[in-house]
Design a protein around this ligand. Structure first.
Ligand code: GLN
Ligand code: ZN
Length: 758
């Protein structure tokens, strides 16, 4: 057996990569100094993998921004609107214009990479000539060989995945796009073959999504062509993030290796392997180490799995690998000096995962006894965590179990309770409100850091927050909004804030992962049973409410969003964790309600992010995600108004789910797609309160009264005016104060103007 890796985090142990990128953008690094730094980081990453004993080390997984963008510019796919581009190898300035926009042109679209929190730049096909402007995999291969003596395995995004994730063409143009692109792929492979490259890893994660059978025919054609182009180059066709969709066809493709994910496949790949076998002349890349989560593997269980697999594939033909690129996990646990040791010892980031791969490979090649010490150490770390207090909160576990078998719903149907609520709130037609946060100015951030560094006492910090709340309650009065918020000044982040106050969470010191470009995130870790300890938001909400007669919405982050934006323990199903979160938040809802808060918003912007890749798995996820939301919200009185918020607008495919959440009012980001929505509501009816965002909060621009007036008019053409709310697209945290006030004033004025017509 051989050890192999699919991709290594590019950001560096201390985010050196991010810092260099930002210094270059800021003009404090010259291009050549920047390139030198990048080369050093790239080589250091390769050397580390070599030192950790990995035999097949990926090259060309490194990038100066994003691997999809790299592939696009390699093919000359630069949209014409970046008019400074005059042809030839794409210069860094154009590359970064596409990634981040420039003075004249906005950036290219960015979107989520399958079901991860990584975002890629969406390639755009136009009618221009395609040409291979550089062979990046070849350059990466040469560099690794020359500088470090590494016989690398170049990584390339496969043609089918690349085209499917691109835009700028119609379905009927698909064949012609393939014909334009295929010669370029062939050329890359031929040049690699000539160089003497042994293996190339071609990533086709699209193969785990629900593809139609005829698509598999196209894929077969593509790989036949690639094989003919470079017959002596070995192709490892790599899939990840779930089980292969057309396994039987996949294993017949003319490639020399197939890489499968045995972690996130719900057992599908093993089942296919048992059912259809595996060709004797191919290598199987066995993804047994979890590439997306941060926990150590149960190595004896992995050895057992590998033994089962070796009943179908000869041991000589197995490569032991992570389930996906390690891009999605932090670099190393070495710097996590603040974690409780029982938790730290049970964690594995990229480097520790590569160690695990080496241990497994050695154990299977040389016998278990050769790695007994490591297996025992790992086992005892996992056992310790399993037996720890944080994972054995029996009260929470019992409650969550009981909650699973109950069904939660509001006492009265929507129409009746909404009417009761209206009798109390007496809101005008088209009530105006905001999504929750107000500008987090430099002052607010400074106050928080004073408090964190113990330069301010808790009461000093509290009075600062109170002043902000008070100030913004007055501003909301002046603007004339109907439903207020407290402004979320006490929160850095909508998930972290709750994680820090609930039991069962820990936080990493250096656990950064790339989200997009130079932006890295440090997700909270749900390491134990999630427990409500004490009210988390009541103080600020009550303080705000007592300053005004207008209703102030309590403001919480929903269970699915907390789950999907955290690293989650993997010893119990995600569903169980979500129920625990739902219950903990229910206690917060009850606390708010008992403190006199009569409107409570539970944000679920990431509900959709947890959606499984396979269509057949989606219902189950939605069932428990929706149930958890109901656990949190459904116990309130009829007169307590539940709001929710989501940041996306493809309401078309999501309306049924939204409706099941049974929130009295939902606000959604829609200002950029109001036109499309009209047709949605013509087809389906949505009867609850709804605010279709009337302005885009991503820009400092102040929209005019007229503009928003027209937006509202459009909204009430398709929805009943009695259910329509008026609000911005999302929270205003990233905006400046003057533009926030200016925009909201215009928004309120626009709503008034529309009201006058009735
Ligand atoms: N209440 C949050 C805010 O206003 C919602 C943020 C979000 O939807 N991402 O910031
Ligand atoms: Zn939002």
């Amino acid at each position: 057996m051989k050890s192999s890796n699919l991709g290594y985090p590019r950001i560096g142990e201390n985010r050196e990569w991010k810092k260099a990128l930002e210094a270059y953008w800021a003009g404090s690094l010259t291009e050549s100094d920047f390139q030198d730094k990048m080369t050093n980081i790239r080589l250091a990453n390769l050397q580390k993998q070599k030192d950790l004993g990995i035999e097949w080390i990926p090259v060309n997984d490194f990038t100066l921004y994003d691997q999809m963008l790299d592939t696009a510019v390699m093919f000359g796919l630069v949209p014409k609107r970046y008019s400074d581009y005059t042809g030839g190898k794409v210069p860094l300035s154009i590359y970064y214009s596409m990634a981040r926009g420039n003075q004249h042109e906005v950036a290219a679209e960015m979107t989520k990479w399958f079901n991860t929190n990584y975002h890629y730049i969406v390639p755009e096909f136009e009618d221009s000539q395609l040409e291979l402007l550089e062979n990046k995999p070849l350059a990466a291969y040469r560099e690794a060989k020359k500088q470090l003596g590494i016989e690398g395995k170049p990584v390339l995004i496969g043609p089918y995945t690349f085209i499917k994730l691109s835009k700028g063409y119609n379905k009927k143009d698909f064949p012609s796009i393939i014909l334009r692109l295929l010669p370029l792929y062939k050329q890359i492979l031929q040049e690699l073959e000539q160089e003497g490259v042994q293996w190339i890893q071609i990533d086709e994660p699209i193969l785990v999504t629900s593809l139609a059978k005829e698509e598999m025919k196209t894929i077969t054609y593509l790989y036949e062509q690639l094989q003919l182009a470079a017959p002596s180059l070995h192709i490892m066709l790599q899939t990840y993030f779930d089980g292969a969709e057309w396994y039987e066809e996949l294993i017949k493709l003319p490639v020399q290796g197939i890489g499968l994910d045995f972690v996130y496949d719900n057992g599908r790949n093993l089942q296919s392997l048992k059912q259809f076998g595996f060709p004797k002349d191919k290598i199987l890349g066995v993804g047994v180490i979890d590439g997306e989560n941060i926990w150590r593997a149960d190595l004896p269980a992995k050895i057992k799995l590998l033994s089962t697999i070796s009943g179908f594939v000869s041991k000589d033909n197995l490569w032991i690998q992570p389930s996906s690129s390690l891009l999605h996990v932090p670099v190393t646990t070495d710097n996590e000096t603040l974690l409780p040791s029982e938790i730290k010892k049970a964690m594995a980031f990229a480097d520790q995962k590569l160690e695990e791969i080496s241990i497994l490979t050695k154990g299977l090649n040389e016998g278990i006894n050769s790695v007994r010490v490591q297996l025992d150490a790992q086992q005892s770390a996992l056992t310790k965590l399993a037996n720890s207090e944080t994972r054995n909160n029996l009260v929470v576990q019992k409650q969550a179990e009981a909650a699973q078998s109950r069904s939660y719903s509001r006492h009265l149907p929507f129409k009746e309770r909404y009417q009761k609520q209206q009798e109390i709130f007496k809101l005008p037609l088209l009530p105006t409100t905001t999504i929750g946060s107000f500008p987090q100015t430099a002052e607010v951030k400074k106050a928080r850091s004073h408090f964190k560094r113990n330069e301010w006492t808790a009461s000093e910090y509290e009075s600062f927050i109170n002043e902000e709340i008070k100030n913004w309650i007055q501003i909301q009065e002046d603007i004339g909004l109907d439903v207020f918020v407290h402004g979320e000044f006490e929160r850095t982040d909508m998930v972290e804030y709750f994680g820090e106050r609930l039991g069962g969470f820990v936080f990493l010191k250096n656990g950064w992962v790339q989200s997009y470009g130079s932006r890295c995130v440090k997700p909270p870790v749900i390491s134990g049973d999630v427990d409500f300890l004490e009210p988390m938001t009541v103080r600020e909400s009550v303080y705000a409410q007592q300053l005004t007669d207008k209703p102030v919405k309590g403001m919480l982050t929903g269970p699915a969003t907390i789950l999907n934006w955290s690293f989650v323990r993997n010893d119990i199903p995600k569903k169980d964790v979500c129920y625990q979160l739902g219950l903990a938040l229910q206690k917060e809802v009850i606390a708010l309600e008992s403190a006199g808060i009569t409107m409570i918003q539970v944000d679920e912007p990431a509900l959709r992010e947890g959606l499984p890749l396979k269509v057949s798995d989606r219902q189950e996820y939605l069932d428990w995600a929706v149930s958890s939301f109901l656990i949190t919200t459904a116990t309130v009185q009829d007169t307590t108004q539940i709001h929710t918020h989501m940041c996306y607008c493809d309401f078309n495919s999501f309306m049924d789910v939204v409706s099941l959440l049974d929130a009295d009012v939902i606000s959604i980001e829609t200002s950029r797609s109001h036109g499309e929505l009209a047709s949605v509501f013509e087809e389906k009816t949505y009867e609850k309160g709804i605010g279709l965002g009337v302005y885009d909060i991503h820009s400092p621009r102040i929209p005019s009264v007229d503009e928003m007036f027209r937006m509202i008019e459009k909204g009430i053409q398709v929805l009943d005016k009695n259910q329509f709310w008026v609000n911005p697209d999302c929270g205003l945290k990233t905006r400046g104060i003057p533009e926030t006030i200016g925009s909201l004033k215009n928004m309120v004025e626009a709503a008034r103007k529309v009201r006058q017509q009735f």
